[in-house]
Design a protein around this ligand. Sequence first.
Ligand SMILES: [Zn+2]
Length: 44
Amino acid sequence: MIMKITEFFRNLPKKQCKECGNEIEEQHECYGNTCNECLHVTEI
Ligand SMILES: [Zn+2]
Protein backbone atom coordinates (compact mmCIF):
# COMPACT_ATOMS: atom_id res chain seq x y z
CA MET A 1 0.00 0.00 0.00
CA ILE A 2 1.51 3.27 -1.12
CA MET A 3 0.52 6.46 0.66
CA LYS A 4 1.57 9.95 -0.28
CA ILE A 5 3.59 11.63 2.42
CA THR A 6 1.59 14.82 2.10
CA GLU A 7 -1.68 13.04 2.72
CA PHE A 8 -0.09 11.13 5.54
CA PHE A 9 0.79 14.31 7.40
CA ARG A 10 -2.57 15.85 6.60
CA ASN A 11 -4.24 12.95 8.37
CA LEU A 12 -2.12 13.58 11.42
CA PRO A 13 -3.98 15.87 13.82
CA LYS A 14 -0.91 17.00 15.73
CA LYS A 15 2.55 15.85 16.48
CA GLN A 16 2.79 13.82 19.63
CA CYS A 17 5.86 13.42 21.78
CA LYS A 18 7.17 9.89 21.66
CA GLU A 19 8.48 10.28 25.20
CA CYS A 20 5.67 11.80 27.25
CA GLY A 21 2.85 11.83 24.70
CA ASN A 22 2.25 15.57 24.90
CA GLU A 23 1.12 17.39 21.81
CA ILE A 24 3.98 19.13 20.06
CA GLU A 25 3.48 22.50 18.45
CA GLU A 26 5.06 22.62 15.04
CA GLN A 27 8.19 24.62 15.64
CA HIS A 28 11.30 22.83 14.53
CA GLU A 29 10.86 19.80 12.36
CA CYS A 30 14.41 18.78 13.13
CA TYR A 31 13.32 17.96 16.66
CA GLY A 32 11.30 15.05 15.35
CA ASN A 33 8.69 13.61 17.69
CA THR A 34 10.06 14.87 20.96
CA CYS A 35 8.76 17.85 22.91
CA ASN A 36 10.97 20.55 24.34
CA GLU A 37 10.81 19.16 27.85
CA CYS A 38 11.99 15.73 26.78
CA LEU A 39 14.61 17.33 24.58
CA HIS A 40 16.10 19.05 27.60
CA VAL A 41 16.17 15.73 29.40
CA THR A 42 17.80 13.96 26.49
CA GLU A 43 20.24 16.77 25.92
CA ILE A 44 23.43 16.23 27.87
ZN1 LIG B 1 7.79 14.96 25.79
